[in-house]
Design a binder for this molecule. Structure first.
Ligand SMILES: Cc1cc2nc3c(=O)[nH]c(=O)nc-3n(C[C@H](O)[C@H](O)[C@H](O)COP(=O)(O)OP(=O)(O)OC[C@H]3O[C@@H](n4cnc5c(N)ncnc54)[C@H](O)[C@@H]3O)c2cc1C
Length: 291
């Protein structure tokens, strides 16, 4: 695996809490138990929950998760407050991992950010999504373009052996405003590098996975929007790649509306077409959030 741009680690050590023993009897509908929580920054955290035994999903898919809403002032009834979340863990994992934003006045995440090991959350076991291998035609090189929490589905895919079996090279780009916001992805890539099982899949020089982090606000060794770095050829020069070709390159995109629209335009300029589960093609896109 090749890391193109080492980024300075911050001093902040993320706080991790591990599960005591999960509660025996779930009380919410579709309840799962939180097993660990890790706060990365004041805007980002990740957590793991128990996995329903019957839940099968393809790496890259998302599910609806949430908490019980406040009681209705008139009826006293509570309704689940659910949001779409990419599953960040791979399909073989015994637990499910999620990587989340903290929106201070967000209906769900203003509360979700306070979950603790042993707490319950609601998980609707109906995974869906387009960031899956089935929606792409076979290719040689896979680009994973993420901004912010859009790295979550790719955190699943780069832990899935199928990704490395399907492609000769995987390039994960992650763009955030600040350096600390890259830590989740960086730690994940580092952990794959030191995982014996994954080392075999990553090839002799561990160079099958290329990690390409960039920041847009805080200074770091690689600055700029990935769209600008693609348009001005910096990415290609950095990685020693001539260009993107519809014959060999495949791409998955997960970011804000703006990022998705811009990358689509760039990829289509190279002749790639958007694919879907029902009609696989050369690239697929999903929103990292609405708004
Ligand atoms: C297909 C899909 C997958 C998603 N996967 C994830 C995921 O893996 N992790 C995750 O944190 N969120 C994810 N989201 C967004 C998520 O559904 C919620 O919007 C988010 O959890 C905030 O919920 P909320 O109720 O607190 O605020 P909301 O009312 O849902 O959002 C309030 C505002 O916060 C901003 N916002 C919301 N989510 C984000 C975000 N992730 N990054 C930056 N700004 C945001 C937007 O401006 C939005 O209008 C996904 C959304 C979609 C459509």
């Amino acid at each position: 695996m090749t890391e193109q741009t080492p980024v300075t680690q911050t001093d902040a050590t993320p706080a991790t809490s591990a599960a005591p023993s999960p509660k025996a009897t779930p009380t919410l509908p579709d309840a799962q138990v939180v097993t660990s929580v890790k706060h990365w920054t004041d805007r980002l955290f990740s957590f793991r929950v128990s996995r329903p035994q019957s839940l099968r999903f393809r790496s890259g898919e998302f599910v609806m998760i949430g908490l019980m809403g406040d009681p209705d002032p008139k009826t006293g009834r509570q309704k689940p407050l659910l949001r779409a979340y990419s599953i960040a863990s791979p399909s073989w994992d015994e637990e499910l991992e999620f990587y989340s934003i903290k929106v201070q006045d967000g209906p769900l995440t203003s509360r979700l950010q306070h979950i603790q090991p042993g707490d319950e959350l609601i998980l609707r076991p109906k995974p869906v999504g387009t960031l899956v291998h089935d929606a792409l035609l076979p290719g040689k090189r896979l680009w994973l373009f993420a901004t912010g929490t859009g790295i979550a589905p790719f955190a699943s895919l780069i832990r899935d052996p199928e990704t490395f079996e399907n492609y000769d090279q995987i390039i994960l780009t992650h763009t955030c405003r600040d350096v600390a916001e890259l830590d989740y992805g960086r730690e994940l890539v580092d952990s794959l590098r030191s995982d014996e099982m994954m080392q075999e899949l990553l090839g002799d020089g561990l160079d099958k996975l290329t990690y390409y982090p960039t920041t847009t606000r805080e200074e770091s060794p690689r600055m700029g929007r990935i769209t600008d770095l693609l348009r001005n050829g910096t990415v290609f020069a950095d990685l020693g790649i001539d260009s993107i070709s519809a014959e060999t390159d495949r791409a998955m995109v997960c970011g804000s509306m703006g990022l998705n629209t811009d990358i689509k335009e760039i990829l289509e300029g190279y002749g790639l077409r958007e694919g879907a589960n029902s009609d696989p093609a050369e690239y697929v896109v999903e929103k990292a959030f609405v708004g």
